[in-house]
Ligand binder design. Structure first.
Ligand code: G3P
Length: 215
């Protein structure tokens, strides 16, 4: 499983990228708005920091407009992947963009059926928002599991991205399912490192070393 970083914050991307474990970045209009900066400028900067798929989202809801926006964004860098909302117009745009050789990430997917439709339209990625499903009392991981099974059964090429990840347990759960990618906020990435026994173990090693280091 690959890990993408789900943020538009340049400092977070720099720090995570230095760790050498992230293979891409996903953004959305809300993440961009949090930064309060020009969208294209942020996306351009991210392309200089991470050598992997970088998702930038369109804001139109009509296929032709989406394609126009997508072409503009895709011209920024070959690593740009166009995030398209899960709508009938969105899937029309996905088909057109596929024919033009532009990669897409269908976003706001909440059901296995939506993921199936995105795959049939030729999306490169299908982004499942599992945390938001949990928020409304559904078992997000179960819906992702259904999609993973369907994609494997029919050999669908679209890669599943587990998004709206809220805590480290979500990452373990989707990794066990065999999703292709989990896109995680920086804070969750840092939480994944932590274990109290690791901290205690380091402290003990250092304390023991202090006692013998000058011998
Ligand atoms: O990238 C989109 C997705 O991960 C958003 O997550 O936390 O706003 O539900 P969240």
């Amino acid at each position: 499983m690959r890990i993408f970083l789900d943020t538009a914050n340049i400092e977070e991307i720099k720090k995570a990228s230095e760790l050498g474990i992230i293979s891409g970045v996903t953004t959305n209009p809300s993440l961009i708005a949090k930064e309060g900066r020009n969208f294209e400028e942020i996306v351009r900067e991210i392309t200089t920091l991470v050598d992997g798929p970088i998702s930038a989202e369109v804001i139109s809801t009509e296929a032709g407009e989406m394609v126009r926006e997508a072409e503009k964004l895709a011209a920024i860098h070959p690593n740009i992947t166009i995030k398209i909302p899960m709508l009938p117009e969105g899937l029309k745009a996905v088909r057109t963009l596929r024919e033009k050789g532009i990669k897409t990430n269908v976003t706001l997917i909440f059901s296995a059926n939506q993921a199936l439709l995105a795959a049939l339209a030729g999306a490169t990625y299908a982004s499942f928002f599992l945390g938001r499903l949990d928020d409304v009392g559904h078992e997000g991981v179960e819906e992702v599991a259904a999609a993973v099974q369907i994609f494997a059964q029919y050999g669908l090429e679209t890669e599943i991205i587990a998004a709206s990840i809220r805590h480290p347990l979500h990452v373990t759960q989707v990794a066990r399912l065999g999703v292709d990618i989990a896109t995680v906020p920086y804070q969750v990435l840092m939480q994944m490192f932590r274990h109290p026994l690791t901290d205690a173990g380091i402290q003990k090693f250092l304390a023991d070393w202090e006692r013998v280091k000058d011998k």
